[in-house]
Design a protein around this ligand. Structure first.
Ligand code: HEC
Ligand code: HEC
Ligand code: HEC
Length: 376
């Protein structure tokens, strides 16, 4: 019987996930991409069975192993004294997960060069490969036999965030791009090989994604002896963001009681509170009113950027998360209004492009102008 990434994580008593956990769930075997990609299965060219074609030709995830052979990766490996990046678990947990799976848990066909492949996201297929094609099998039957329930936005968020938010500070210091998780936008940029039944889940995905991103950063910070200042700034920005969103429904979990100041921060309670929030949002039937409420509250934050007691770096990190959110929310407004606001959103993105050059006063003005243009 397959156990999901979540139960594995909860059994271990930690909420934080990492790429490594996606490779070590349960004891069933990984079979490798070739098991999924025969032409009669997911290796076709038609819309219903072209998943392998999309993944292998268009998806960045099929190239993540190759990235480890680039000159840039060689440089990181040299700085970090890892030897060969394609063989070091510090890189392969995210870029070539099969490399970190013990051989007894994978067939020879599950090769590290496949990068982030079907079973990395959908879970090892040993126990569900045969049964999942049965016409009488429902989605929940498949999940019961070990396939990961990626239709649940909470489970989906946990799967993606495992590789898309937290990175050892040493690897960042070696020059690796900063990771910034945002489920909705990143699900749109990943060339989709699926159709979501409900196209209106954007803002809900965004909010669940931000909550799990905070949970992961809290988990990382709760374990670090020496707290990286940059990481704390990014963490506190997310706490701030979710506090601005506030309660969307009665009894909604909020982060009101979490202090976002580094000196008084309680990372463990932030970790629990953000997980509770993510679960609750995932269970909620999202409404247009909720989208509008989020948008109203986030667009009325100009005053916060005029507070001289807050360090510019913190303002910049808040603005970074705020703009990502405004973008995902505005996209869901009626076409006409979304189009009208597009130049303002672009301009906001420009103002957060460079963290060192961020200008809080100018940003506050732009947010005020946006709030004036929004007719909610
Ligand atoms: C096992 C780790 C892992 C998982 C799980 C994972 N990714 Fe990725 N993802 C990566 C890596 C590594 C890259 C960089 C690929 C490269 O080498 O260019 C990447 C790149 C991307 C990119 C392109 C770069 C960017 O950030 O815009 C998108 C979009 C993306 N992933 C979305 C997702 C989504 C959505 C999910 C969940 C459904 C997901 N990923 C799950 C590891 C992962
Ligand atoms: C926690 C997961 C994770 C770990 C660990 C990790 N990476 Fe990445 N890496 C990513 C993701 C996700 C991206 C895509 C980021 C983006 O574009 O937003 C990425 C991007 C990169 C890029 C830039 C790719 C490009 O074309 O711009 C390089 C190079 C890279 N990683 C090399 C490494 C090396 C070498 C290691 C080990 C020292 C490593 N990574 C460890 C997740 C990870
Ligand atoms: C980065 C994570 C990721 C990778 C890699 C990945 N998938 Fe998916 N896949 C998803 C998500 C998320 C969904 C949407 C949830 C769902 O429909 O279950 C999905 C949905 C699907 C669906 C359902 C399509 C539909 O519209 O109902 C199939 C079939 C599928 N994937 C097959 C594959 C195959 C085959 C591969 C490898 C060639 C693969 N996936 C690789 C994340 C991934």
């Amino acid at each position: 019987m397959g156990i999901s990434i979540l139960s594995a994580i909860f059994i271990a008593g930690v909420i934080g996930a990492s790429g490594a956990e996606l490779a070590t769930v349960g004891s069933e075997k990984f079979l490798g991409a070739p098991s999924c990609s025969s032409t009669s299965c997911h290796g076709g060219a038609g819309e219903k069975n072209n998943q392998n074609l999309i993944w292998s030709k268009l998806d960045f995830h099929s190239r993540s192993y190759a990235t480890l052979t680039s000159a840039r990766s060689e440089r990181f490996a040299e700085v970090l004294k890892l030897g060969d990046a394609t063989k070091s678990a510090r890189c392969t947990t995210c870029h070539a997960p099969f490399q970190t799976v013990e051989e007894k848990h994978r067939l020879a066909a599950a090769k590290p060069v496949q990068g982030v492949s079907c079973e990395t996201c959908h879970a090892p297929a040993e126990n569900w490969l045969r049964s999942h094609t049965r016409p009488d099998f429902t989605h929940s039957d498949r999940v019961a036999s070990g396939m990961r329930d990626l239709k649940s936005l909470y489970v989906r968020a946990n799967t993606c965030v495992a590789c898309h938010q937290t990175l050892d500070t040493e690897i960042s210091a070696a020059g690796h791009p900063d990771l910034l998780f945002e489920l909705d936008g990143q699900s749109v940029s990943e060339p989709k090989h699926w159709r979501d039944a409900d196209q209106t889940t954007g803002p809900q995905s965004w909010l669940i994604g931000q909550a799990v991103a905070l949970r992961e950063l809290s988990w990382q910070l709760s374990r670090e002896q020496k707290r990286d200042e940059n990481l704390v700034a990014r963490w506190s920005a997310l706490v701030w963001l979710l506090q601005q969103v506030g309660e969307l429904d009665s009894g909604f979990p909020t982060l009101k009681s979490v202090s976002f100041k580094a000196e008084t921060a309680d990372f463990e309670s932030a970790q629990k509170a953000s997980d509770a929030l993510a679960r609750r949002v995932a269970e909620t039937t999202w409404t247009d009113t909720m989208t509008r409420t989020c948008l109203t509250r986030l667009s009325q934050t100009a005053a916060a950027f005029q507070d001289p007691k807050t360090a510019t770096k913190i303002h910049a990190r808040r603005a970074e998360r705020l703009v990502l959110g405004l973008d995902r929310l505005i996209i869901r407004l009626e076409d006409k209004q979304a189009k009208e606001l597009d130049p303002a959103v672009r301009s906001l993105f420009k103002s957060v492009q460079s963290i060192p050059d961020f200008q809080p006063e100018a940003f506050a003005k732009e947010i005020t102008q946006l709030a004036d243009k929004l007719r909610l």
